[in-house]
Structure formats: structure tokens, C-alpha cells
Design a protein around this ligand. Structure first.
Ligand code: DON
Length: 315
């Protein structure tokens, strides 16, 4: 398609190089997720950043060739897929309010009769996995999610890291508890092991920063993928997903992230964050060390620097 170069991205490579150099020298880098053994051993010395502009240009800095586990960032893509399949009916099963609790907390589920606060906490994403499954075999639902993400990224090489999926399954007692608890309220339609199989596999999708930034570009470009010229969702739906990312995308750290960065964003315990500058660019950052809430420590610092240098905050 005919793409015009955006002046928004002038000088962006210099900014990314500056950020990557600043992050390389940081000594306090947070801790890798300890509760998923396959993630616990990832080297926290790594950092990468990619900016995909709505004009189709992509700029990268740091360890851009290294794939990582996107973990909860995948919840943005499964939410998008579920909305595409079932429309706004999904909101009878999952809310749109920040939880103010840890991403794997069970507390609110009891008071709120098994309806999770939002699609980005674990209980909410497990519910979305149940909706995507819709009585089919887990393999089919997982295949559908992979095909969707490959379509978003315009990249057929994206795959699931089976070792990470297995590691999550072997240490998934908390998620199994959440799923059984919701099912006890009649909130899951499919068997718990099927739902968790889908959930763990989409969390284990592996991508590079460039692939992740391009995958999220539809959220910055009014629902279109400007690389391929295809419409993914309506502009209205993209705006609404961005609103949920801003309010719920960093769990009980969402307010802090909005305050410091001022962009819709979704984090994962693999150390990735996908951020959206509406009308401008999608940004992926990755550094495996987490802060105490479970968000990438250097990822948030890098996005804070980027927002300051570019003035891309939505506020
Ligand atoms: O279910 C889990 O705990 C992980 N697969 C995903 C959690 C996650 O990424 C939340 N992130 N901060």
C-alpha cells in the first residue's frame, strides 16, 4: 500500500539507541519470574525495544533478535479474537474494571460470584480462553490463536515455546484454583484442563520485540494493520481495548504506569510490555527482570524515557 513517512518518527532511532545504552548500564534490573521455572532462568541482562509506526516503518534497539515469552501480553490478542468471534456478549462473562489486586489473586472472585474484574488478570484471561474454546478441542483453539497472531504480525514463523507451556502447566496450581473456583460458580463452559491448556499455550507464545510491536500496530492505527492494509477490528473497538490496557494492563501497577508513561500498555511476567501511542506507533519493550508487582522494571523505565523524549503520552 501507499505509505507516507510520518514526521512523528523523525529522530526515533537516535532515541532508541540512547534508551538501549541507558538500560545496558543499569545495575538494578529486577528479578525474573520465579514461579515459572522456565522463565526463572532467563538472563536479566537483556533488553530490547522496537517501535512500529503507523506509517509502516519499524525501528529497533538492544537485543532485538532474541525471542521471549510474551506471557500476559497475549491477553490483548485473545481479547481481540474473542471480541471478533462473539462481540460485546463477552462482557456478561468478564468485567471492565481495574482489580487493584495481584494478577493471580482469587479474592474478588468470591464476592463477585466468579465473574473476573477484567480480561487482563489471570481469571479474566482464563474466562476469555473458555470463550474461544467454545466446545472445540484445545488444539483447535490454540491453532486459531496462533494463526491470529501470525496474521497480526504478518509473520508465519511465530510459534509457541512448548517448554514454557509445559513449565506453566507443571506449576499451575494457582491458575487451576482460579479456574475451578470460577467453574464452581458455573462460569466456565469447558473442562478446566481444556481451558488451562489453551491459556498456558497462548501465554507461552514467543516473539521478538519487532514481531510484538508489529502485532500491536492495529491498536495504534485505528484497527488497521498498515503493513498489510487489512482491517483487524473497528476503530471504536481499538479505542476501547486501548482504554482497558490503560486502566487494567499492569494489574495493581496500572495507575503507576499511567502516571509515569501515560500510554495504554500491557505487561507480561516474561518481561515484555506492549504500549500503544494512538495514531503514532506501537512500542514493544522487553527486559526479563520484574518489579515487585510483576511488571518489567527496565521495560517501564525505557517507556518512561521514550514518552518523555517523544511527547507521546496521551495526556
Ligand atoms: O498465568 C500466569 O501466571 C502467567 N502465564 C501469566 C502472568 C502474567 O504475565 C501476568 N503478568 N504480569
Amino acid at each position: 500500500m501507499n505509505i507516507h513517512r510520518s514526521s512523528e518518527l523523525d529522530g526515533i532511532q537516535d532515541i532508541l539507541d540512547e534508551i538501549a545504552a541507558a538500560m545496558a548500564s543499569r545495575t538494578d534490573r529486577g528479578k525474573a519470574a520465579g514461579y515459572i521455572p522456565e522463565l526463572a532462568c532467563v538472563d536479566t541482562g537483556q533488553f530490547a525495544i522496537a517501535v512500529a509506526g503507523v506509517d509502516g516503518q519499524v525501528f529497533c534497539g538492544g537485543d532485538v533478535g532474541t525471542p521471549f515469552s510474551i506471557q500476559s501480553v497475549s491477553k490483548v490478542f485473545t481479547l481481540t479474537l474473542a471480541l471478533g468471534k462473539l462481540g460485546d456478549t463477552i462482557w456478561s462473562r468478564v468485567g471492565r474494571e481495574p482489580s487493584g489486586n495481584a494478577f493471580n489473586s482469587i479474592m474478588q472472585l468470591e464476592h463477585e460470584k466468579g465473574r473476573p474484574r477484567n480480561p487482563f488478570i489471570n481469571a479474566g484471561a482464563i474466562t476469555v480462553a473458555d470463550l474461544i474454546l467454545a466446545g472445540h478441542a484445545p488444539r483447535e483453539a490454540i491453532g486459531e490463536i496462533i494463526r491470529f497472531v501470525r496474521f497480526l504480525a504478518d509473520d508465519e514463523t511465530i510459534a509457541i515455546d512448548e517448554k514454557v507451556a509445559r513449565s506453566e502447566l507443571d506449576h499451575g496450581d494457582r491458575n487451576a484454583s482460579l479456574a475451578h473456583f470460577m467453574r464452581s460458580f458455573g462460569r466456565l463452559d469447558n473442562p478446566v484442563d481444556h481451558v488451562l491448556g489453551v491459556y498456558f499455550h497462548h501465554c507461552a507464545l514467543a516473539m521478538t520485540c519487532r514481531q510484538l510491536a508489529v502485532s500491536g500496530l492495529y491498536l495504534a492505527a485505528g484497527g488497521m494493520n498498515p503493513m498489510t492494509g487489512t482491517r483487524v477490528i473497528s476503530a471504536e473497538r481499538a479505542r476501547r481495548i486501548n482504554a482497558l490496557m490503560l486502566t487494567c494492563g499492569h494489574y495493581d501497577g496500572s495507575g503507576e504506569f499511567a502516571y509515569r508513561v501515560g500510554l495504554p500498555g500491557k505487561s507480561g511476567v516474561g518481561g515484555a510490555i506492549l504500549a500503544v501511542a494512538p495514531g503514532k506507533a506501537a512500542i514493544a519493550v522487553w527486559s526479563p527482570g520484574l518489579d515487585p508487582v510483576g511488571n518489567s522494571k527496565l521495560g517501564a523505565e525505557a517507556l518512561e524515557m521514550l514518552a518523555q523524549r517523544t511527547g507521546w503520552s496521551v495526556f
